[in-house]
Design a protein around this ligand. Structure first.
Ligand code: PRP
Length: 179
């Protein structure tokens, strides 16, 4: 595949992300202050950076688990068919669960995962997304906590990829195609 050339413009700095995570962690800790142990579920692969920073700010007893869902593959458009490529290791019936997502775009991924996990009858199921693009929504779904609402830009970094590249940028950047 020939890639169109592009540059990445910084959109949300690493410092702003860290500050936002600190604030959100306090809200989450308050919500789950009576929990025995919160199951923090990262949605692979995009959330791996976010969940790593989030759990280190969370002052709660937690365990970490992962679920892998994919609807984009390497494409830029959602296939609207969400496939579960890897399921949770833990049973979540009767437990407190926090699903951690990097970005909510059309909403298909989060909506599918929430339905799947709700069917397992957790005690409480909450969701957090670092980025939210409400203008792209095709499924009515909203995360309980949002880091940043962003316009319909093609973003990368901090776990988010473009054809599997740029996940390792420490900030959120905007892809700008160059002639
Ligand atoms: C991306 C992203 C979200 C999802 C959001 O995942 O990480 O999980 O798309 O899009 P949606 O709201 O339109 O469903 P992707 O399928 O690209 O897998 P990845 O996490 O491995 O990058």
């Amino acid at each position: 595949m020939t890639e169109r050339p592009y540059v990445i413009d910084e959109m949300i700095t690493a410092k702003s992300i860290a500050a936002r995570i600190e604030a959100l962690s306090r809200e989450i800790a308050a919500e789950f202050d009576d929990t025995d142990k919160l199951v923090v579920v990262g949605l692979l692969r995009g959330s791996f950076v976010f969940i790593a920073d989030l759990v280190r700010e969370l002052d709660l007893p937690i365990e970490v688990d992962f679920i892998e869902a994919s609807s984009y593959g390497d494409a830029m458009e959602s296939s609207r068919e969400v496939r579960i490529l890897k399921d949770l290791r833990s049973a979540i019936e009767g437990r407190d669960v926090l699903v951690v997502e990097d970005i909510v775009d059309t909403g298909f991924t989060l909506s599918h995962v929430i339905k799947l996990l709700q069917s397992r009858k957790p005690a409480r199921l909450k969701t957090i997304a670092l980025l939210d693009k409400p203008s792209r929504r095709e499924v009515e779904i909203a995360a309980d906590w949002i880091g940043f609402e962003i316009p319909d830009e093609f973003v990368v970094g901090y776990g988010v990829d473009f054809a599997q590249r740029n996940r390792n940028l420490p900030y959120i950047g905007k892809v700008r195609f160059t002639p």
